[in-house]
Design a protein around this ligand. Structure first.
Ligand code: ADP
Ligand code: MG
Length: 378
């Protein structure tokens, strides 16, 4: 006859598609009931309306049904409370640290702990043999949707199965906390390192974690360099496949500073269809070239408003993205339409890629993520 232990180990083979760890480790199994050959499993999902709940449900059912002596499986889905969610993410985090402890320790001791700006000693993430792809999301000016693109590409890459981090380096215009729905203050671990927040399975660090309310950040010069260093050294980043960096817009001191410190980053440049926007974005590309950063491609955002019958209204003109990509000899990775759901997603902290996965914008983000992955690994 089937027993509790057998069911539990079967459930240990079911992974949460977003956090990429098994549901037992993640504390998602609330209860297991066995009555003869009938098994009932209560599973708590990390987020309400989790778009992947059906997959979890089917996976649980399949895993338990395989056990000898099981004729029927019932799966009850519920949603975690805040406390449970915190535990789940803490466990996912511990797990990722555990898995990668040997490499990161080796990196650390090989490089020493000196804080030499721009060198790998800042973090194993920056080490030469690091497997993490650093992806800077840049734009010539603010308001073109750089942060929106960053947040959506992060969750899209997560959906492709990658472990993704987001570093909000737009110190003055930080917005990733809001966009990804992570507005908690920073919390430290035993090593006095700050634990990234983990909304939607993405690891996030943003200035919002360190300032109360909506305070403006007024640091200058050396403080900024220090800040950036801390975003690498003082954060307990888990092993990541991708670290997306929401860069400061434009070509001012801050943007330059960041670029020269991260020569190993690849860039995605976000622009709008206007030709003037293209001119501005060109200067960003120039900074990237000087810092020897590789430009992966261009994303044109707010390209058009989709109309009924497949027509497109191009309110911001057209051609900017394509021209920019031609001038830079890099691919145009995608043209993201303007949709109300995109803005709403950002305001609500649930990126459109998750809240409206079938929308044209979401489909475009998925294609861009796939192209980025192909290019980053090429
Ligand atoms: N494709 C889009 N469709 C609709 N609204 C968008 C789109 N992209 C961005 N927005 C909205 O435009 C505003 C600026 O975007 P944001 O990502 O904050 O720009 P940036 O980071 O470049 O300053 C935000 O309110 C955002 O929700
Ligand atoms: Mg922004």
């Amino acid at each position: 006859m089937v027993n509790h232990g057998m069911v539990l180990s079967a459930l240990g083979t079911v992974t949460d598609p977003e956090l990429h760890y098994d549901i037992v480790t993640l504390n998602m199994v609330r209860n297991i009931g066995i009555q003869g050959d009938e098994v009932t499993v209560d599973v708590a999902l990390t987020v309400k309306g989790c778009p992947l709940h059906e997959r979890i449900e089917t996976d649980v059912e399949t895993a338990v049904r395989k056990l000898p002596g099981v004729a029927e499986v019932h799966v009850n889905l519920d949603v975690m409370n805040d406390e449970e969610r915190r535990t789940a993410f803490a466990r996912a985090f511990q797990q990722s640290q555990k898995q990668n402890a040997p490499t990161s320790n080796a990196n650390r001791s090989a490089q020493g702990t000196g804080a030499d700006p721009g060198s790998a000693s800042w973090s194993p993430l920056l080490a030469k043999d690091s497997k993490t792809v650093l992806l800077g999301i840049a734009s010539g000016k603010g308001g073109v949707g750089k942060s929106t693109v960053t947040a959506n590409l992060a969750v899209a890459l997560g959906r492709l199965g990658f472990r993704v981090g987001v570093m909000d380096m737009d110190i003055y215009g930080y917005s990733q906390g809001r966009m990804l729905g992570a507005t908690e203050q920073a919390m430290g671990n035993e090593q006095q390192k700050v634990i990234p927040l983990n909304p939607h399975g993405v690891f996030v660090v943003s200035m919002g974690m360190f300032v109360k309310g909506n305070q403006a950040v007024v640091w200058r010069g050396p403080m900024l360099g220090k800040m950036m260093q801390q975003f690498f050294t003082d954060i307990a980043w888990p092993q990541l496949d991708y670290l997306l960096i929401d860069l400061p817009p434009g070509t001012g001191d801050v943007a330059l500073d960041v670029a020269t410190r991260l020569p190993m980053a690849s860039l995605v440049i976000v622009t709008t269809p206007q030709i003037v926007a293209k001119e501005v974005a060109m200067r960003t590309a120039d900074v990237a070239h000087r810092a020897e950063q590789r430009i992966l491609g261009v994303v044109e955002n707010m390209s058009y408003i989709p109309l009924a019958g497949g027509q497109r209204m191009e309110i911001f003109g057209s051609g900017g993205g394509e021209e920019l990509s031609k001038t830079l000899s890099v691919p145009l990775l995608g043209q993201v339409p303007m949709e109300t759901s995109v803005r709403e997603g950002g305001d609500r902290g649930v990126p459109v890629f998750l809240s409206a996965p079938d929308s044209e914008a979401s489909q475009t983000f998925l294609q861009i993520a796939q192209k980025i992955d192909a290019a980053a690994r090429a």
